[in-house]
Design a protein around this ligand. Structure first.
Ligand code: ASP
Length: 324
């Protein structure tokens, strides 16, 4: 009886503290965990929105890169972090594909997180090292089919967008190549620039400046329409792979159980960040744009995560790609 009373007392006391904590939130630095290496596409989006979020929250939002296992190491870390709003996660379409790719995923993207809101949708580009022999997509396909595993494809691990795009490409042309995994596509891009790997598929947030500088070759964008910042690059569909389409969305997550008033503040900070003129300008230069304000919400985020999980699961299962 005494024990039970003490338990109830403790629960009330803790509940009270967490409500109070939520009111005072934030009163210290907030860490935004990026599931890939610094300098890559996800990192670029994170750093662009962290600055204006810092302004709204009046507390520093810092970025921490936790790469590895296609983004699942970072997501595991945040799923298990204290649900107090001081550790949040930025992630992309990988949250919708990991459940089909990993047989023993340590978290459930729908139920182990609070969903803060969507950020943007980013096209991908199929690119190759500068002196790669193929000059367009048709030649690339012919070259890959002829050389198969002698050709190297860089990606950021099973669960990364670069992996998904490569898997779709290999499935579409019915040929497997050798894949080289990295902790993010920033180091993969370095090796592509250095000629150590042959080709990859990566977000425009990482490839635009290298394409424009002529340092890499580009074969197509993965969206239905061309990208205004790269007007001369054909869509994959136009270039010869009919119906090839994949678009990468980013969103913010907090550990399950983070109090609603804290999530509300984070959603508001995200919405403010997406109205920021520097964010809008840089996104535009990098081939993306902020989602509309009514999509930077927990509801829209959950709905897209569910729809994308349902969409990609069967495609991945059919491709037979998974990790134990
Ligand atoms: N977003 C990239 C990918 O999924 C990785 C990265 O951001 O470095 O391939």
């Amino acid at each position: 009886m005494v024990k039970k009373f003490f338990g109830v007392f403790l629960a009330l006391a803790l509940g009270g503290v967490s409500q109070l904590g939520a009111q005072e939130y934030p009163n210290k630095v907030i860490t935004m965990v990026v599931p890939f290496a610094a300098g890559g596409p996800t990192d670029t989006v994170a750093r662009l929105i962290a600055a204006p979020m810092t302004k709204t929250l009046k507390q520093q939002v810092i970025v921490e890169n936790v790469g590895g296992a296609g983004g699942t190491i970072a997501a595991t870390r945040v799923a298990k972090a204290s649900p107090d709003g001081y550790t949040i996660l930025i992630h992309h379409i990988g949250m919708a594909t990991a459940p089909a790719l990993y047989r023993k995923l340590p978290y459930n993207p729908m139920t182990d997180f609070e969903h803060i809101g969507l950020i943007n949708e980013v096209p991908m580009t199929l690119v190759a090292k500068k002196d790669f022999p193929a000059k367009d997509l048709k030649e690339l396909i012919a070259y890959v089919k002829a050389n198969k595993t002698k050709v190297n494809y860089a990606n950021a691990g099973l669960g990364a967008a670069s992996h998904l795009c490569g898997m779709l490409f290999m499935t579409a042309i019915g040929t497997d190549v050798t894949t080289v995994p990295y902790g993010g596509t920033a180091p993969a891009m370095n090796d592509l620039l250095g000629g150590q790997v042959d080709f990859m598929c990566d977000q425009t947030t990482n490839t635009t400046s290298q394409i424009k500088a002529g340092k890499i070759k580009v074969y197509g964008v993965t969206t239905k329409k061309r990208v205004s910042s790269l007007p001369n690059v054909p869509t994959m569909d136009e270039a010869g792979l009919k119906g090839f389409e994949v678009s990468i969305w980013h969103a913010l997550y907090a550990p399950k159980g983070t109090p609603k008033p804290v999530i509300d503040k984070l959603t508001k900070a995200l919405q403010d960040a997406l109205k920021d003129s520097n964010v809008k300008q840089r996104f535009g230069e990098l081939g993306t744009e902020p989602v509309a304000q009514d999509r930077a919400t927990p509801e829209a985020h959950r709905a897209l995560l569910k729809a994308e999980t349902d969409r990609w699961g069967p495609i991945i299962k059919k491709a037979g790609v998974y990790a134990d």
